[in-house]
Design a protein around this ligand. Structure first.
Ligand code: APR
Length: 270
């Protein structure tokens, strides 16, 4: 409300100043990359239906069979060279023309960045990077690594330990969580795309968005744990769903301008 009054006063006194950019925070999961050809984890043909998550995505699994873990991630890293961002990734990047957009993603692919999104926070790591198996958060050991160069057993990092993928494995601390919570709390509009909301602490982000703000969830399926409170469910796949999202955002903007004009004219009459 305060922002609306500010906008009307702004319109009143300095009509040609553009509207302050609203903070649009988008929280994504594997579903947004599904139409780029990267399988999700828990859908019918999902990765965890074919592979054992605890064997391939945990510190214990890496300890027991490091070669199997490296083979799994080397294949996913290589596959990233064969896929492209889709329309959904591109629409989010394009929305930066109208909003202050931050993407918070659980995805370890780089499709948001390749689509042009300038503010992307990865909660579960990045396939394009490697790190230390002694201390994965050591900044001296985290580095970009060519996707077509396999991580091999015996490859060492600066601290002398075995090189590992820069991925947050099950049971590991999600170091970007505090930042993500802060950003969701500041959002003017919150959008969730393509996540089953079953993996914590990431899934808990939906509870930090302000209850008054517009909230949208794009997913062709129902949420196993029910639609989070206050969300509009756009029950579509991401590529189609983002166009519906654009329509609803346009509707919001028009409603705001109408209200601010009304306010503006009542202030003028005041
Ligand atoms: N468009 C939008 N959503 C889709 C699409 C699509 N084309 N296809 C599937 N979905 C939805 C599914 O209905 C499901 O709700 O995407 C969601 C995918 O859920 P998961 O496979 O559980 O993926 P995600 O929520 O991202 O997993 C979270 O779990 O395995 C770990 O670390 C991994 O980051 C991952 C985390």
């Amino acid at each position: 409300m305060i922002k609306l009054v500010y906008v009307s006063l702004l319109n009143l006194f300095r009509p040609n100043v553009t509207i302050m950019q609203q903070k649009l925070v988008v929280f994504t999961g594997a579903g947004i990359s599904a139409e780029s050809g990267i399988p999700t984890f828990r859908d019918a043909n999902g990765m965890w239906g074919k592979y054992d998550a605890m064997k391939l995505a945990s510190v214990e699994g890496f300890g027991e069979d490091p070669q199997a873990v490296l083979d799994f991630y080397n294949a996913r890293r290589k596959n990233l060279l064969e896929v492209e961002p889709n329309h959904a990734h591109r629409v989010l990047a394009d929305l930066e023309k109208q909003y202050d957009v931050t993407v918070i993603t659980q995805n370890v692919d780089n499709l948001h960045e390749r689509a042009g999104s300038s503010k992307v926070i990865h909660l579960h790591g990045e396939l394009t990077k490697v790190t230390s198996s002694r201390n994965r958060l050591d900044p001296n050991c985290i580095k970009e690594y060519p996707l077509d160069v396999p991580i091999r057993l015996g490859d060492k990092v600066a601290d002398g330990s075995q090189l590992r993928p820069y991925i947050v494995w099950f049971g590991e601390y999600v170091d970007n969580m505090e930042l993500a919570i802060r950003l969701v709390k500041q959002a003017d509009i919150f959008v969730v795309i393509g996540t089953s909301l079953v993996v914590y602490p990431a899934a808990g982000l939906v509870n930090y968005a302000h209850r008054e703000i517009p909230k949208f969830l794009i997913d062709p399926n129902d949420m196993k744990q029910g639609l989070p409170f206050g969300f509009q469910h756009i029950k579509m796949k991401a590529v189609e769903g983002v166009d519906e999202l654009l329509r609803r955002l346009e509707g919001l903007k028009n409603a705001e301008v109408e209200t601010s004009d009304e306010l503006g004219s009542s202030l003028r009459d005041f």
